[in-house]
Ligand binder design. Structure first.
Ligand code: BGC
Length: 250
């Protein structure tokens, strides 16, 4: 029975994935569906895909959470480092609520992953300051203090040695420059040391697709703070979005 379960949508560069979520367990309540991201991925084109995606789950009627890889303030997208520029200034909560007829809440992708990892995953029950980073096309970040999210931290765009940090240390930089894990880990060391200096966190959690290969690079990251791989993997966005929508809707 998935009638009033919240629904999570993970809007990524290549795919849009969605599933109803069981928030007691932090798991999908039905098998997720995936639709290819339209190109160009304008807000209108993406809204159409959401309608199609939700149509595949006619029994699910709860609030809908959507991840966006940009700053989101009160439902309005404020930055678009790796998505179509048309997103900037779009009231995505309103656009998607109007398009789908559901109660939709949009959240930054890394913030959604952070919420999910702290509630159900690698940082479950962890007190103090947890910084969740996602290493993908860009670097996403979530600051969670005693379980409470400070949204839109955007620590992937710290300027380090005159560079936008994600342009040097994201997984896309490793791929683009064909870096060995050892060389990439040196860049990650610089990155995480900067975060340590600025925030003195209690724990770092590392997510993003590459985190499933964490044993190849995390042991090479030379920092003081405990650093662990994310455990929810590619479910974190969907689960975190559904959690966010439920808590926002209350
Ligand atoms: C964006 C962030 C996003 C991150 C991961 C960055 O370029 O500015 O908002 O969380 O990429 O997708």
């Amino acid at each position: 029975m998935v009638a009033n379960l919240p629904f999570g949508i993970d809007f990524g560069g290549t795919g849009i994935k969605g599933a109803p979520v069981d928030l007691d367990k932090g798991e999908f309540a039905a098998e997720r569906e995936r639709i290819r991201t339209p190109s160009p991925s304008t807000p209108q084109a993406v809204a159409k895909v959401f309608v199609e995606l939700l149509g595949k789950f006619p029994d699910s009627g709860g609030p809908v959470g959507v991840t966006v890889p940009g700053v989101v303030r009160h439902g309005v997208v404020r930055s678009a480092a790796n998505i179509d520029e048309e997103w900037i200034g779009t009231d995505a909560d309103k656009l998607f609520t109007d398009a789908t007829g559901r109660d939709v809440h949009v959240v930054n992708d890394a913030d959604a992953a952070g919420l999910a990892e702290v509630r159900y995953g690698a940082a479950k029950g962890h007190a103090g300051l947890v910084i969740v980073t996602t290493l993908g096309t860009g670097i996403g970040s979530a600051l969670v203090y005693n379980g409470v999210l400070v949204p839109n931290s955007e620590l992937g765009h710290l300027e380090i040695d005159g560079h936008d940090a994600e342009s040097r240390a994201a997984n896309s930089a490793r791929e683009r420059e064909e870096l060995s894990m050892k060389d990439w880990a040196k860049r990650l060391t610089t990155y995480y040391r900067t975060l340590e200096m600025l925030f003195s966190p209690d724990l770092f959690v590392v997510g993003g697709g590459i985190s499933k290969e964490s044993e190849e690079f995390l042991p090479l990251v030379d920092i003081e703070t405990e650093i662990v791989p994310a455990t929810l993997r590619n479910q974190a966005g969907v689960v975190g979005a559904a959690l966010y929508a439920t808590e926002e809707g209350e």
